[in-house]
Ligand binder design. Structure first.
Ligand SMILES: Nc1ncnc2c1ncn2[C@@H]1O[C@H](COP(=O)(O)OP(=O)(O)OP(=O)(O)O)[C@@H](O)[C@H]1O
Ligand SMILES: [Mg+2]
Length: 366
């Protein structure tokens, strides 16, 4: 068990500045997920923690001790990669035992640790098989078993599920979360999949271009994004980002869409509306916050807007409907049976309490 403290971390590959000043604390026992688009530095950050990459500036401490000059094998870390090569000529048991044998553990201790790991992962019946006799998901479990038996103080995962098909990925995701509950060891998990990040993490660390864009609990980032980038990265279907202009008249504050449509904002949405009249903004509304309006009056902060359904995509549980409000395309996540007809005119209730306003110049949420 160990916490991880990183301060002022920089990493260059030649002229390429891959990590541009990372400050990050991961608590003992926490499940942290590094997420972000391809090339943002997730693997690099993970590999500096593992000691597989040297750093150019800054400090990394694990369990209170600075590890910058410590070899990877002395850091007491277990790692699982996307390409978890198993030894083809060794049984599952021997694959899991390999690291322990290399460290000259006693046979009895090896049997016990491999047995415990196998039962935790539900692969006890497979211990005598060879890797070629396993499914992809079973192989992935063996790779994780190999990491568990080390009883390391810190687990690092780099996209361990990206080679699996969607269904298996869902299954393994739950198992990794359960594993974390069972062994309660600090884990850091790299993925570019926002669903994986949301479902696994105690803390999401969202990276962008070598920097931490925002970190916090999954719902924190989802509901209170600091920037348009964060708002756009998390959530499926993607948040609607609509160009608009602030319209302030006395106490009433609204955003005006390019089509002329006026959407009134709840008072608490604009801290200092004074002076913002005419300012360009991006209005962010999640597809979940557009619903079909009935005849009754809407709750406070929701407004009624007419839209024409252009594209209807049922998923079974929910139906995604892309419609035009004036001249902007907006996607709503509706009930499975809410809309059938393309071209239908709908009355939406837009929950303006939940919208975000983004400054198009700085990308910051206002
Ligand atoms: N060995 C290397 N030499 C030079 N540049 C590198 C090296 N490794 C990584 N980079 C560069 O550093 C940046 C960060 O790479 P990194 O592998 O950390 O990204 P990532 O966030 O893990 O992306 P992905 O989701 O594609 O795995 C990228 O621009 C990459 O091209
Ligand atoms: Mg990577």
């Amino acid at each position: 068990m160990a916490d991880v403290r990183i301060s002022g971390l920089h990493k260059y590959y030649g002229a390429m500045h891959a990590l541009k000043g990372i400050d990050l604390t991961i608590a003992d026992g926490e499940f942290a997920v590094f997420v972000g688009p391809s090339g943002c530095g997730k693997s690099t950050l993970l590999r500096t923690i593992a000691g597989l990459e040297d750093v150019d500036a800054g400090e990394i401490a694990i369990g209170g001790g600075v590890v910058n000059d410590m070899r990877p094998r002395d850091r007491n870390i277990a790692m699982v990669f996307q390409n978890y090569a198993l030894y083809p000529y060794l049984t599952v048991f021997e694959n899991i035992a390999f690291g322990l044998r290399a460290r000259k553990f006693a046979d009895s201790e090896i049997s016990k640790r491999v047995g415990d790991a196998a039962s935790m992962l539900g692969i006890t019946a497979l211990l005598d098989r060879f890797p070629r006799q396993l499914s992809g998901g079973q192989r992935q479990r063996v790779a994780i078993g190999r990491a568990i038996v080390r009883q390391a103080q810190l687990f690092l995962f780099d996209e361990p599920l990206s080679n699996l098909d969607a269904k298996l990925r869902d299954e393994m995701r739950s198992e990794i979360k359960r594993l974390h509950k069972n062994i309660a060891t600090t884990m850091i998990y790299v993925t570019h999949d926002q669903v994986e990040a949301m479902t696994l993490a105690d803390r999401i660390v969202l990276l962008r271009d070598g920097r931490i864009e925002q970190q916090g609990s999954p719902l924190d980032l989802f509901e209170r994004p600091a920037t348009g980038f964060v708002a756009g990265f998390l959530g499926s279907p993607t948040i609607n980002l609509i160009p608009a202009v602030m319209d302030v008249r006395g106490n009433s504050v609204a955003v005006r869409l390019t089509s002329g449509e006026m959407l009134e904002l709840p008072a608490d949405k604009v801290q200092s509306a004074a002076g913002s009249n005419g300012k360009k903004v991006i209005l962010g509304i999640r597809p979940q916050h557009l619903t079909r309006a009935g005849r009754a009056a809407l709750p406070k902060g929701q407004i009624r807007v007419k839209a024409v359904a252009d594209l209807i995509q049922p998923t079974g549980t929910r139906t995604y409907v892309t419609s035009r409000i004036g001249d902007v395309a907006v996607t709503a996540e509706l009930g499975a049976h809410d809309v059938h007809e393309q071209g239908a005119t709908l009355d939406y209730a837009v929950d303006m309490n939940r919208c975000v306003l983004i400054d198009p110049q700085t990308d910051k949420v206002l």
